[in-house]
Design a protein around this ligand. Structure first.
Ligand code: FSO
Ligand code: SF4
Length: 548
């Protein structure tokens, strides 16, 4: 195995013996083979599309396969083996589609090599062997590590975008041009000769497309559940039976809320599900009781202590402890061997039964709340007041402190930074990194809370909209605003968001806790020169540099 796709990668260079995340070498190799297979599918699908032929089943498969390989989603060898079998069928279907389109157009079909004509082994062990030959490390031996790193920057961004596209699709929002983008880019990445310049261009273009994907997801979420409104969320439990819902999938939460109505079970959000409390069509459920726990990396202790059932709707799952293995459930693309999986029928009764069999919380803890629900609609609704406060010098600066959390000690930077932000400044936050500081009391500036929770990681779209609207009022661009971005990254969704911000020309972003292993020094120098992208330093130095 060789995997360096997330921030916690071993020694900051790559996991080679076993994933720090818990991914086995077998799973890593099968995932790499799945990516290879998907390239083959897209080589045909892209060409078929150029001739006007498309097939939604192929499109959906590619998106799901990419999402499956995102960090902390699928750890189950057997599920990956079945996906590989399906990949071969889908590839043959894509080939037939392309050849039929060629016949119709009266042209000869190209004979495609590489992943397009690869013979997949039948047995698991042989598939693992095949996967071991298409790892990024093998790629680096062929292309050099700079080109391979850039290839992976683009590929990992596609994985992140696929996660968002899948969430949007589940709620009925699709754009055919987005599917064309995935196929075109995977076809591009399957080429033997790749140049640094072309890859850098493609990376920024992937960022552009990701904005469209996040826009779709924003439309899906707000169109289905309304615009988030400022909402206090209870962070202390209530007496009674309980189900904890984690991940990022709003529809799964809605289905669980519906299926538990009147059953005397309280539903709690975990991790990135926290922003759900702000959506009118979700908060209307009286038994959506509150938020439990912190960010994903604390789950093993927190799930252990949770006296009910747990449902993982997407990443980030960690190896379940035996103490809760029989009361944690996966659904959608998440999978852990031996953990009960709720299939596409979305019948959550196993989780309901497990919750009823578990003791539940014994008593009400004293009420404590935090505020969520500051999506673009809510923030821009207060824009006049915000602008007035900026003009009067009462709000000096905005800090977007957002991104993913993780286990590394260097992540204290984000807590320390939030604490050190002067009292005349406002903090916007999103994604699970907020758990580093979202239970601290930041107070308000004349009624505007100093900490505004914009939502999940994908709500970076909302944050961009807020920044652009403010830039319009102040007749400047995003870089001209008194706004600084202090980002933390962990997995591949953060990669596509970063590329989107760079595509938009956002400068001076500070990124940590460490830089991606796949962005090699010469590439980082280009990004530094073009965008003044910089690694986080010390809180004092960074604040001084920003505020002058
Ligand atoms: Fe966090 Fe995990 Fe949402 Fe990621 S829960 S780390 S960037 O999956 O997507 O922020
Ligand atoms: Fe290592 Fe991250 Fe890959 Fe897991 S996802 S194997 S921790 S680089």
């Amino acid at each position: 195995m060789f995997c360096y796709q997330c921030e916690q990668t071993a020694r900051g260079t790559g996991c080679t013996a076993f994933g720090v995340c818990g991914k086995s070498p077998e799973v890593a190799d099968l995932q790499d083979l799945l990516i290879y297979a998907v390239k083959g599918i897209s080589m045909y699908a892209h060409r078929a599309r150029l001739l006007g032929s498309r097939d939604r089943e192929i499109d959906l498969f590619v998106v799901e396969a990419l999402f499956t390989t995102v960090t902390n989603v699928n750890f189950d060898e057997d599920r990956l083996v079945s996906l590989l079998a399906r990949a071969e069928t889908v590839r043959n279907r894509a080939r037939d589609l392309y050849e039929a389109a060629c016949r119709e157009a009266g042209q000869e079909a190209e004979a495609l090599g590489g992943p397009a004509s690869f013979a997949f082994a039948a047995a698991k062990e042989a598939l693992i062997d095949q996967g071991g030959k298409v790892t990024p490390e093998r790629g680096a031996e062929r292309h050099g590590d700079v080109v391979q790193g850039l290839h992976d920057l683009v590929l990992l961004s596609l994985k992140g975008s696929a996660a968002y596209a899948d969430h949007a699709q589940v709620l009925g929002q699709e754009d055919d041009a987005v599917y064309a983008f995935f196929h075109e880019f995977l076809d591009f990445l399957s080429r033997d000769a790749l140049s640094v310049d072309d890859l850098v261009g493609k990376a920024l273009e992937a960022g552009k497309w990701n904005i469209r994907v996040m826009e779709l997801l924003d439309a899906a979420n707000t169109g289905t559940y309304g615009h988030p409104v400022p909402t206090p969320v209870r962070v202390t439990p209530l007496a009674g039976k309980a189900i904890l819902v984690s991940g990022h999938d709003l529809k799964d939460l809605e289905l669980i809320l519906k299926q538990t109505e009147g059953k005397g079970i309280n539903i709690y959000t975990h991790g990135e599900m926290l922003p759900c409390h702000g959506y009118p069509e979700l908060k209307k459920y009286g038994h959506l009781a509150g938020n439990y726990g912190g960010a994903w990396q604390d789950q093993r202790e927190e799930f252990d202590a949770f006296p009910g059932a747990i449902v993982m709707t997407t990443n980030c799952i960690q190896k379940p402890k035996d103490s809760y293995k029989d009361r944690i459930f996966t659904t959608g693309l998440v999978a852990w061997p031996g953990v009960t999986h709720i299939g596409p029928d979305k019948d959550f009764s196993p989780a309901v039964e497990a919750a009823l069999a578990a003791p539940g919380f014994e008593k009400d803890e004293p009420e404590k709340t935090i505020l969520v629900g500051f999506g673009r609609n809510a923030v821009l609704g207060a824009a006049d007041k915000v602008v007035e406060l900026v003009r009067a010098g009462k709000i000096r600066h905005f800090f977007l402190i957002g991104g993913c959390d993780g286990a590394k000690s260097g992540r204290n930077y984000y807590t320390d930074f939030a604490r050190a932000v002067p009292e005349d400044c406002v903090i916007l936050t999103l994604a699970c990194g907020k758990y580093r500081f979202n239970k601290l009391d930041f107070g308000d500036i004349e009624g505007i809370p100093r900490l505004l929770d914009v939502g999940q990681c994908n709500d970076a779209f909302s944050a961009v909209k807020i920044a652009m609207a403010l830039a319009d009022v102040f007749e400047t661009d995003v870089n001209g605003l008194p706004l600084s971005l202090i980002l933390s990254w962990y997995e591949q969704k953060a990669v596509c968001i970063l590329l989107s911000l760079l595509y938009l020309g956002v400068k001076d972003i500070r990124l940590g806790p460490s830089l991606p292993a796949f962005v090699k020094a010469p590439v980082f120098e280009v990004l530094q020169e073009k965008f003044n992208l910089q690694p986080i330093g010390s809180v004092e130095d960074d604040l001084r540099a920003i505020l002058g």
